[in-house]
Ligand binder design. Structure first.
Ligand code: CUK
Ligand code: CUA
Ligand code: CA
Length: 639
């Protein structure tokens, strides 16, 4: 393609981008055009020397360790991933709402206990990993994650990188936005119920909207117990959420102030809201018993809706344009930035003005807004470098825009000042973006990860379903420089980037770890010492098989049960050696589980098939790993 043709393409593409809004038919054409442009541009780009320098910085050689842990959501895969930054090497997958063939998540007794009443659901949709803080710094205890698919919130222990709690949120449908308290420390986790549903939602009032009360709620969980501690009814719906750096306020975007159930209806208003919650006031009233409960639930509920134009003590509704999406706090604790999505602007809210907002000292709710810079088309999310600059993703423009927050504020006051510093193409259609430590006071402005929703021509094609593209930028200099394309499976939405010294992981399991306390208690009841005994205990038609594993053998090379028995196999890995995991897979029974060093794992199943069935070790542990196997003999009922 000639340069002139490329220019024409860009112009054409630019125009079709601009008619993108609201025109679904144009979407395909826009994206197709973007592909053509992207291809020609990238093949044209010579790698300039600043880019080469940045790439050298991002290079993590063999046996070198990354500087940061990235905690990655896995979208509709239902999992969470741990990725090294800047190498972008995937280090681990943490199954949460999904099933995992390798670790046995969803099959083992330990994981089923954690999944609780929702263990039967095999999918989830993770969007927002949020890691615990003390005084606005990551403290390495936990990451929390939402499940948009099945209205849950889960917790991941960062010391072992396993999920240890799952809570089903009552009275709402679809948990989307999630954020934890940052200051003084994470004792609360806040979760947005996205969809507006009738209350009670018992099937009696499904025909007419005006026959039932319709609303959604903001939910607070106790970070330690993961119990739901209160819910707050809101007008409209809730999309994303962010806390502040004082502990008193949280904000949530609402794209459906119209409370409509159709697309056109949800785009009717020029402005929707940032809903601001006074968390201290809600906690105070809940503590004082000033709350209601909803039928079938004991959770304290407060009403944050406006009544006859009057605000509740719990919320304020700040009008912002239009169907806003991401909301993010700057690391200096001064601002929230709400991203306009259907408006080319973002709204900058000064957090110091929120006490006056709640004290009704402002003449207009919008007086908390100190800037509304125009950035480009489809701003979805924003992150910060700790040097006063913000980076916003422009979904429709397929760009990241770097802008200066103070300059935008001065511009809003009328000064003639340019606030946009740089626009960089990304490939393609970015959602979240995250700068290193950008969610905390420690934002260090070194790396920026941009999670793009389309990869198109960037990788070898894989049929109709393509990888996403997680791109890495060096943002340490004046200009952001693209250094890496990272293909990712369905579908990272958001990440936390944590310095590696802020997370202390265990090398082997602690024998007293609560993760397998259930199995330890069962063994104790059976008089079994998990660290020495290989035993089969019969209890009516329930059989409990205990064995140890030491590379390359199981403590039992065979055991016998009767057809129809309910069998629980408990394996304890006595190996102390780092990285020496075993597995227990029972052939033709749909069972496999991980047993890492010093771990106990257990699984319960029915021995429904008479005959001899092999079990074998699935994690390659020894030169004689293939030989690490045994036989379950199932005696036929009439045998
Ligand atoms: S959401 Cu996906 S791009 Cu669920 Cu945070 Cu914005
Ligand atoms: Cu044990 Cu392989
Ligand atoms: Ca709207």
């Amino acid at each position: 393609m000639t340069d002139k043709k490329i220019t024409q393409e860009v112009e054409k593409n630019g125009m079709s981008r601009r008619s993108f809004l609201g025109a679904t038919a144009a979407t395909g054409a826009t994206l197709a055009a973007a592909t053509a442009v992207g291809t020609s541009m990238s093949s044209r780009e010579a790698v300039a020397s600043p880019a080469k320098d940045a790439m050298a910085k991002a290079h993590v050689g063999p046996a070198e360790l990354d500087e940061y842990y990235g905690i990655w959501s896995g979208g509709q895969s239902g999992e969470v991933r741990i990725v090294g930054i800047p190498s972008m090497r995937e280090l681990m997958r943490v199954p949460v709402f999904n099933r995992c063939s390798a670790t046995g998540w969803g099959m083992t007794n330990e994981s089923k206990e954690i999944l609780g009443e929702t263990a039967e659901w095999e999918n989830g949709d993770t969007h927002h990993p949020q890691s615990s803080c003390t005084d606005g710094h990551y403290d390495g205890r936990w990451s929390f994650i939402n499940d948009k698919a099945n209205t849950r919130v889960a917790r991941i222990r960062l010391d072992v990188m396993k999920c240890d709690k799952v809570t089903l949120i009552p009275n709402t449908q679809s948990i989307h936005g999630l954020h934890c308290q940052r200051v003084p420390s994470t004792t609360r986790v806040y979760a947005n119920g996205e969809f507006i549903i009738p209350h009670p939602n018992d099937g009696k009032l499904i025909e007419k909207v005006d026959e039932a009360e319709h609303f959604t709620m903001y939910t607070a969980l106790d970070a330690e117990t993961m119990d739901v501690v209160w819910q707050c009814i809101v007008d409209g719906n809730l999309d994303n959420t962010a806390t502040d750096y004082t502990g008193r306020f949280a904000g949530a975007t609402c794209y459906n102030s119209e409370m409509a159930f159709d697309l056109a209806g949800q785009m009717r208003n020029e402005r929707d809201w940032v809903v601001v919650f006074d968390l201290h006031k809600i906690e105070e009233d809940v503590k004082a018993g000033k709350f209601i409960t909803l039928p079938g639930s004991k959770v304290p509920v407060v009403d944050g809706r406006k009544k006859d134009g009057k605000n509740s003590p719990y919320t304020r509704y700040v009008p912002v344009p239009k169907n806003p999406h991401g909301i993010h706090a700057s690391p200096d604790g001064k601002y929230w930035v709400a991203n306009g999505k259907l408006s080319p602007t973002v709204s900058v809210i000064e957090l110091a003005r929120l006490p006056d907002l709640f004290a009704d000292k402002l003449s207009d709710e919008r007086d908390v807004i100190v800037a509304e810079p125009e950035l480009g088309l489809g701003p979805l999310h924003t992150t910060f470098d700790g040097r006063g600059n913000a980076y916003s993703s422009l979904f429709i423009d397929s760009q990241v825009v770097k802008w200066n927050v103070d300059a935008a504020i001065r511009h809003y006051k009328g000064e003639k000042v340019n606030y946009i510093l740089q626009k960089s193409d990304v490939h393609y259609q970015p959602g979240h973006l995250q700068a290193s430590l950008g969610e905390t006071r420690d934002a260090d402005g070194k790396w920026l990860v941009v999670l793009s929703k389309f990869s198109k021509d960037r990788f070898l094609p894989t049929g109709p379903l393509r990888a996403e593209n997680d791109q890495l930028f060096d943002i340490s200099g004046d200009e952001m420089v693209l250094v890496h394309d990272g293909p990712a499976f369905a579908e990272p939405h958001d990440i936390n980037i944590i310095r590696r010294d802020q997370i202390q992981t265990k090398r082997v399991w602690d024998r007293n770890d609560p993760f397998f306390a259930g199995a330890v208690a069962r063994a104790k009841q059976d008089g079994v010492n998990l660290e020495t005994d290989n035993k089969v205990i019969r209890d009516g038609n329930k059989v409990r098989v205990y064995m140890i594993s030491v590379a390359p053998s199981f403590g039992l090379s065979e055991f016998e049960v009767n057809e129809g028995d309910e069998v629980t196999v408990t394996v304890t890995n006595l190996d102390h050696i780092e990285d020496l995991s075993h597995g227990f897979c029972l052939v033709n029974h749909g069972i496999n589980m991980e047993i890492s060093p010093q771990q106990t794992s257990s699984v319960t199943f029915t021995a429904s098939k008479p005959g001899v069935h092999y079990y074998f070790c699935t994690w390659f542990c020894h030169a004689l790993h293939m030989e690490m196997a045994g036989r379950m003999k199932v005696r036929a009922k009439n045998g």
